[in-house]
Design a protein around this ligand. Structure first.
Ligand SMILES: NC(=O)c1ccc[n+]([C@@H]2O[C@H](COP(=O)([O-])OP(=O)(O)OC[C@H]3O[C@@H](n4cnc5c(N)ncnc54)[C@H](OP(=O)(O)O)[C@@H]3O)[C@@H](O)[C@H]2O)c1
Length: 306
């Protein structure tokens, strides 16, 4: 099969064996696989610097997949022909989701949302699960105030929507042109990026917000907007500030969770969570998709189609 690998600076399209599903695993024929900032770090070979994977010559690319179950390993609760989404969460596999086929643990797979294309569905797993798990860690529940930086980004959009659904009151920070978008997603307050963030937040929420999820990697500038004893959730390894003023600082790294993924799929079907696609590319044009994502300003996910 054709598969993308990275590690030497750019995504490379190679011929690789179709992986075999073991017990509790499924082989998925890939219909669409989104490109995430993490793929850029893996392609560049810098992922080992962050302590999240060993240093290897190459890694498979692609975390998000939408496709059709092709074969089922012993005990996996799926059937061939089922349309599914999944998260290829094991970083060190030689091939992952940006390929013609991928093997996933059944515990990383859920049925695909009805009424959405595979391209739309492929934008869900990594970013929605990261948002879900970050909100859990931030304690973003009913009546709590939450600052989301990078709110117009792929993770940021899910953070705003899922936090609002939990009843949290969201302050969103994004580019001035993103106000309508993030308000539609459920932000109660909007702050245009680039000014005095803590001052602006404290003018809206006296004393500071209960928690921040810092998807734009603003660090101390975002911590200053949190109340004493609140929570700071970083999403980038090595980017968390020191927990001054009793603030609980944590870094959340996504994990596969079929139950959470199934719940997000249900919310997508109900129209309560949005899928956003910025463009599609064939596998052989992956380098173009990487360059476009690296240039910034992309709203929604770029998706590769084998
Ligand atoms: N820990 C995990 O498990 C995990 C999982 C997924 C992603 N991540 C990380 O989370 C971060 C966000 O990922 P993503 O996929 O959502 O990326 P993305 O779609 O590129 O979104 C990032 C957003 O932040 C915006 N931004 C940049 N600087 C900003 C600032 N100063 N103020 C406000 N907004 C700003 C960007 O706007 P422009 O495009 O206009 O610059 C963009 O909208 C990345 O660092 C990624 O590596 C971590």
């Amino acid at each position: 099969m054709r598969a993308l690998i990275g590690g030497s600076g750019a995504p490379l399209l190679v011929e690789a064996p179709v992986p075999e599903p073991g017990p509790q695993q499924v082989l998925i024929k890939v219909a669409a696989a989104a490109v995430n900032p993490f793929d850029l770090a893996i392609a560049a070979g810098t992922v080992a610097d962050y302590g999240v994977a060993r240093r290897l010559e190459s890694y498979g690319l692609g975390f998000d997949v939408a496709g059709v179950v092709d074969r089922v390993g012993e005990g996996a609760p799926f059937l061939p022909g089922q349309e599914v989404v999944g998260l290829a969460a094991r970083l060190e596999l030689p091939t992952k989701a940006q390929a013609e086929y991928v093997v996933l643990d059944a515990s990383a797979v859920a049925r695909a949302p009805r009424g959405r294309t595979a391209v739309e569905a492929a934008t869900i797993p990594l970013n929605a699960l990261t948002a879900w798990q970050a909100l859990d860690r931030a304690g973003a529940g009913a009546g709590r105030t939450l600052l989301v930086t990078g709110a117009a980004g792929a993770v940021g959009g899910y953070l705003v929507e899922l936090a609002a659904l939990r009843g949290a009151r969201v302050v969103a920070v994004a580019g001035a042109g993103d106000e309508e978008l993030v308000r539609k997603m459920g932000a109660e307050w909007f702050i245009a990026r680039g000014g005095d963030l803590a001052g602006s937040v404290r003018a809206l929420v006296p004393g500071g917000v209960d928690a921040v999820v810092d998807a734009a990697v603003l660090g101390l500038a975002a911590l200053d907007a949190v109340r004493d004893g609140g929570a700071f959730v970083a999403l980038t390894a090595g980017a968390a500030p020191v927990g001054l003023r009793g603030i609980d600082v944590a870094t959340v790294f996504f994990r596969a969770d079929a139950a959470q993924l199934a719940e997000v799929v249900r919310l997508v079907e109900a129209g309560q969570v949005t899928t956003r696609v910025a463009g599609t590319y064939p596998l052989e044009k992956a380098a173009d998709a990487h360059a476009r994502l690296a240039a910034g300003g992309v709203r929604g996910r770029l998706v590769l189609v084998p």
